[in-house]
Design a protein around this ligand. Structure first.
Ligand SMILES: Cc1cc2nc3c(=O)[nH]c(=O)nc-3n(C[C@H](O)[C@H](O)[C@H](O)COP(=O)(O)OP(=O)(O)OC[C@H]3O[C@@H](n4cnc5c(N)ncnc54)[C@H](O)[C@@H]3O)c2cc1C
Length: 401
């Protein structure tokens, strides 16, 4: 017999199922793509209709408070929604830095006015965001950033340059770390501001990536403006806010997403094993090549252990806990596994795994080459492997500086 909680959860599941059936077009199911291509994938009528329907319910940000447009779902409801989305293999209706990074940061550090002005537009996907952190002279050593912001009455005047700004060419707003006091130790003179990208003082130049696409840019500020009311946290205390945002970013690179566990459900089949059998042959339903078999088994076991650990942490996040310094472990292990998997997929294909163009290669072979090259970046963005190891040493293991 079903208890009261099970009953209401079952009623909610039926409601979700009917809603998804009606609103998630077939083209938004069973589809995989690279983050670099996200802008194209989401630029279709089906994608917009799917987004609008989900956003109207607040289900693009299921656990965010409903007063800011979020779903306001409790832990069980969020879990049910995640399961139902996974069941039909739905493409996430909305992705991006609004949802994954600045949204949760504003919920934690923003003023009531900032939450009211920015969060609903993040939930609806109306406004897209980019991240102005890295500079030509400040990557791993981010606190050395030099982009200068001077407070003049009700606004900051900003001059300087950011680099590797993902999606700047499409973004409406940027969250940025800027130097507001150059005369104090470097971590103590940084502020966290939000600024409108559609203004004269901003110039954007796309940079081409090794995989052929241009997902990121150089961003130049010449007397650009950020309003005083868009300062997040206190003046010169932006480092704390900026570090917290990085934890949200890293939790999205590994699978410890605080916005739901739907996208990381395990694949029912072992794609690597199938590839190996296809390209290297099989006997008795096993990969013929001994060395390849070992590599596939080792990777599959590591991936399985990682997925199980991640699922446990996702459960903890669904129950309201937010990720801390330990997210660096997931960023480190998750991005290494992602690279290893893509490298294996190319290696198992042999010569067919190194094609760039031409009729000698199938579409999936060409895609594999691009995937392999794309994943070179995952151990760099959001903080390199070495930076993650430094954080784990100091903040998780408590080793001395
Ligand atoms: C695809 C992609 C998208 C990105 N998107 C954005 C974005 O949207 N916004 C943004 O602001 N930035 C973005 N970045 C930039 C990214 O955050 C930086 O590339 C990263 O922080 C590394 O900085 P860097 O490139 O200056 O390398 P560096 O800091 O110069 O590092 C060079 C090498 O030295 C090592 N190293 C540096 N310091 C140490 C240390 N203390 N101990 C041990 N080793 C060290 C690093 O691990 C690395 O191997 C993106 C990067 C990529 C690749």
């Amino acid at each position: 017999m079903l208890g009261e909680t099970d009953m209401s959860s079952e009623v909610f599941r039926q409601e979700v199922r009917a809603f998804l059936e009606e609103n998630c077009a077939q083209s938004m199911r069973n589809r995989s793509f690279h983050w670099e291509d996200a802008h194209e994938v989401y630029n279709t009528d089906d994608a917009r209709q799917w987004l609008d329907a989900m956003a109207a319910k607040g289900w693009t940000a299921p656990s965010w408070p409903s007063e800011y447009g979020g779903g306001g779902l409790d832990r069980e409801e969020h879990q049910v929604l995640a399961e139902e989305l996974a069941r039909i293999k739905a493409v996430a209706p909305l992705t991006g830095m609004g949802l994954a990074m600045i949204g949760p940061t504003l919920l934690e550090f923003g003023t009531e006015d900032q939450k009211q002005r920015h969060i609903p537009k993040i939930v609806s996907g109306e406004v897209s965001w980019c991240q102005g952190y890295s500079e030509p002279g400040a990557g791993s050593d981010l606190a050395s950033l030099q982009t200068r912001a001077v407070l003049e009455g009700d606004h900051f005047v900003i001059n300087g340059q950011k680099i590797w700004t993902s999606g700047a060419q499409y973004a409406d707003w940027m969250f940025a770390l800027v130097r507001t006091n150059p005369d104090v130790p470097k971590h103590e003179g940084i502020s966290f501001v939000l600024l409108d990208m559609h203004q004269e003082g901003i110039t954007i130049k796309p940079i081409q990536l090794i995989s052929g696409s241009s997902p990121f840019c150089e961003t130049f500020f010449d007397d650009a403006i950020a309003l005083r009311e868009d300062l997040v946290g206190e003046l010169n205390k932006g480092w704390t806010v900026g570090k917290r945002l990085l934890q949200f970013e890293r939790s999205g690179v590994g699978p410890v997403s605080s916005s739901g566990g739907e996208k990381k459900k395990e694949q029912p089949r072992n794609e690597l094993a199938e590839l190996a059998k296809h390209y290297l042959g099989e006997s008795d339903n096993r990969i013929s090549d001994h060395a390849a078999r070992e590599k596939v088994i080792r990777h599959t076991m590591d991936q399985k252990a990682f997925t199980l650990t991640a699922e446990r942490v996702i459960q903890e996040n669904l129950s309201g806990k937010t990720p801390g310094a330990a997210t660096s472990i997931f960023k480190l292990v998750g991005s290494n596994l992602m690279q290893e998997s893509n490298e294996l997929k190319s290696t198992l294909r042999g010569v067919q795994g190194a094609g760039w163009e031409g009729n000698d290669f199938t579409e999936s072979e060409l895609e594999a080459t691009r995937s392999w090259l794309t994943t070179r970046a995952v151990t760099i963005y959001g903080g390199t492997n070495e930076v993650q190891m430094n954080i784990i040493s100091k903040r998780v293991l408590g080793l001395p500086d």
